[in-house]
Each structure stands twice: as structure tokens, then as C-alpha cells.
Design a protein around this ligand. Structure first.
Ligand SMILES: NC(=O)c1ccc[n+]([C@@H]2O[C@H](COP(=O)([O-])OP(=O)(O)OC[C@H]3O[C@@H](n4cnc5c(N)ncnc54)[C@H](O)[C@@H]3O)[C@@H](O)[C@H]2O)c1
Ligand SMILES: O[C@H]1[C@H](O)[C@@H](O)[C@H](O)[C@@H](O)[C@H]1O
Length: 339
């Protein structure tokens, strides 16, 4: 298959993540350019477009997708806006990289799976960027060698310094733990069959009415258990850690000991303050891999099915959070398109 010339990308949503992806495509990634940006906030779209020569600002995704210089779409609007943008991109037969979550609930995610199936080929990749993080990749490779034996448990910690003002208790699951649903499925190669969410006494530093932290337990069809501590107002920084406990050993990532200093009677290092810093390399690798595959006419990386499975687990998790107790996860039969 011949490679396409430089890929013209429309970035939809130019907030924290979208603006960072615009910078990335403009300055870091090869083989692509940002030809359009879209934001319901016209001023924001214009400000971001002005950073890239030849980039047009739009307020309506459909107009950008119809533009002659747009070959592909990167969706970085909030989760509830993803379904409409994905379906429009499919109508225009454009390849998509959609930030996580694919959509915020299982029914809307399933509509996206069904729409892609009607196209008869994969068109979209979901932005589960931890699959491109070097530490997660090393852990995955080690588990695949079988040296540690069968994975029995996976402990996950996911801490943000502070949550944005719009964050709700349900979003700790649907927006944040969405990542752990994906890494658990991907690292273990299991589907998650049940979810239990527990509520410790909220931190005094969490905004009023926010249930923060939460403690989540996943059961898998391979008989493993995974737990997730999600704490989005921990105050001290951004930390993502995972430890796989297997029959013959354990492996842990995310301790962040890149540099240790000794100074003034203490030893220590620094902690990243947000995801843009902690996962910078992973985002770069993710977007470059998407551009390369798209130019070859292929779709690789986490699929719309992975996005649907994560949405179904998170929906069960939100029910457990709100109603209490263990909730089972029901997935539709996996279509052949997703192997
Ligand atoms: N992979 C990651 O680690 C990671 C990190 C942060 C955010 N995200 C995801 O990226 C997405 C954006 O998050 P963010 O933190 O940048 O949010 P944000 O609030 O900073 O930005 C969202 C932007 O989208 C715009 N917008 C809203 N509705 C829109 C619509 N219908 N069409 C076009 N633009 C619209 C808003 O005006 C805003 O500028 C979310 O899906 C979020 O979950 C992923
Ligand atoms: O949207 C963000 C993003 O996905 C981050 O990676 C995660 O740590 C945050 O909790 C979430 O709100």
C-alpha cells in the first residue's frame, strides 16, 4: 500500500488536551499537519489556530470534516460530545483518533461499534495512551514472557493533584478509572466481569459533595482480581502506579525514580504535576503511531471495541458507586471485526 502525503488533521476540542495535541502534531510528530481546529468556543479555536500556519478555525465539526485539506480527525472534546463527532467522521469516511473515554456510557459506545461495523473496516483508535508508555509496555512484555507465571492480582494507584471544577463523583470512574479498565484488560488479556466500588470517608481537601477517593475492585474472566485506588485531589502531584502479582513473582511500575537527589540531609526526587508531564512520551508515541498507520491506510492501537468494553465496565462501576454492592458487566458478543 502506498503512503499518503502529509496527513491533514482536524483537532476537535482545543482545551487542555486538544491544545497539547495541536502542539504535538505541529512540533513533534512527522507526516501530519494541523489543517483545522474546532471548538464550540470560537475565540479559543481562533487562538489555537493562530499558532499554526494555514490552520482554519471552525465551531462546527461537520464543516471541518468537509474541508478539502482534512484527511483525519483527532477528537479531544469532552466525552459526551465524542459519539456525535465519531459518527460524523464515519459519514465522511475519515480515520479517527478519539481521546478516552470513547463515550461515557455503554449504549452510546455500542452505537459507535455498530456504526464502524457498518463501514465494514476499522476506522477509529481510542486514546488509551498508557499502552504507549514505556513502563507499561515493559510490564506487558514481561507478563507475556510467562517468566512470572500466571497473573493473580493487579494493584493500581491513580492520583491527580486536583480535580477540575466540573468533575463529579461518577467521573472518577467514567473519566479516570476508564484508564485502569483498559490497562487491566490489556495487561492481563482478560475481560472484566464484575465491579465493586467502595467509598472511604472523603478527603477534607476534596470539593464539597465529591466522593474522593474511591476504591474499586474488578473481577476478571481469567480469575484475577484488580484493585484501583482513585484519588483525584491528593494535593501532592500526579501518580500512576501498577503492580502485577503473579505465581512466581511481582512487577511494579510508576515509582518515578528517574533521578534521586541527595541534599541538605534528605534524599528524594520530583513528582510530575499532571498527565501532560507524566505521559508526554506516551502521547507522542501514540499520535505518531496513529499518523503512521493512517498514512499506510491501516488502523492499529486500542479499538472501538476496547472503548466499548471500558464504557460498559465504567457504567457498572458508576452503578456500584451510586447503589452500593457488586455489579456484573454484560458485554454483547464481540464482532469478528475486532478479532
Ligand atoms: N488521555 C489522557 O490522559 C487525557 C487527559 C486529559 C483529558 N483527556 C480527554 O480529552 C478530552 C478533553 O479533555 P480536556 O481535559 O482537554 O477538556 P477541556 O475542558 O480542557 O477542553 C475541552 C474543549 O472542548 C470544547 N468543546 C466542548 N464541546 C465541544 C464540541 N461539541 N465540539 C467541539 N469542541 C467542544 C470546549 O470548549 C473546550 O475547549 C476528554 O475526553 C478527556 O477525557 C484525556
Ligand atoms: O481526563 C483525565 C485524564 O484521563 C488523566 O489521564 C486522568 O489521570 C484524569 O483523572 C482524567 O480526569
Amino acid at each position: 500500500m502506498t503512503e499518503r502525503a502529509t496527513l491533514g488533521v482536524a483537532v476537535i476540542g482545543t482545551g487542555k488536551m486538544g491544545a497539547d495535541h495541536v502542539r504535538r502534531i505541529h512540533e513533534v510528530v512527522s507526516g501530519a499537519r494541523v489543517s483545522a481546529v474546532v471548538d464550540v468556543d470560537a475565540e479559543r479555536a481562533k487562538t489555537i489556530a493562530a499558532r499554526v500556519d494555514g490552520c482554519t478555525a471552525y465551531t462546527d465539526p461537520a464543516s471541518a470534516m468537509a474541508a478539502a485539506d482534512v484527511d483525519a480527525v483527532l477528537i479531544a472534546s469532552p466525552g459526551p460530545a465524542h459519539e456525535a463527532a465519531l459518527l460524523q467522521a464515519f459519514e465522511h469516511d475519515l480515520p479517527v483518533l478519539c481521546e478516552k473515554p470513547l463515550t461515557p456510557d455503554a449504549a452510546s459506545a455500542l452505537r459507535v461499534v455498530e456504526a464502524e461495523q457498518r463501514l465494514g473496516r476499522r476506522r477509529a483508535q481510542v486514546g488509551f495512551m498508557r499502552r504507549y508508555d514505556t513502563e507499561y509496555m515493559k510490564l506487558k512484555s514481561l507478563l507475556e514472557t510467562g517468566q512470572l507465571g500466571r497473573p493473580l492480582m493487579l494493584h493500581n494507584r491513580h492520583r491527580n493533584a486536583a480535580s477540575p471544577p466540573f468533575f463529579t463523583s461518577s467521573m472518577l470512574i467514567s473519566d479516570s478509572v476508564a484508564h485502569e479498565t483498559d490497562v487491566t484488560r490489556w495487561l492481563l488479556g482478560h475481560e472484566i466481569t464484575a465491579v465493586t466500588v467502595m467509598r472511604p470517608t472523603p478527603s477534607a481537601n476534596a470539593p464539597d459533595d465529591l466522593q474522593d477517593p474511591q476504591f474499586v475492585v474488578f473481577e476478571t474472566d481469567g480469575g484475577a482480581l484488580a484493585d484501583v485506588e482513585i484519588f483525584v485531589n491528593c494535593g501532592f502531584g500526579y501518580q500512576v502506579q501498577a503492580e502485577a502479582v503473579c505465581e512466581r513473582g511481582t512487577a511494579r511500575i510508576g515509582d518515578g525514580h528517574a533521578m534521586v537527589t541527595n541534599m541538605a540531609g534528605r534524599w528524594g526526587g520530583t513528582i510530575a504535576q499532571d498527565f501532560v508531564e507524566r505521559f508526554a512520551d506516551a502521547y507522542d508515541r501514540e499520535v505518531q503511531a496513529w499518523v503512521d498507520a493512517t498514512r499506510r491506510g491501516e488502523v492499529t492501537g486500542p479499538s472501538v471495541w476496547d472503548g466499548y468494553a471500558a464504557a460498559a465496565v465504567c457504567e457498572a462501576g458508576v452503578r456500584s458507586l451510586n447503589e452500593g454492592g457488586r455489579m456484573t458487566v454484560e458485554l454483547v458478543e464481540r464482532p469478528a471485526l475486532y478479532g
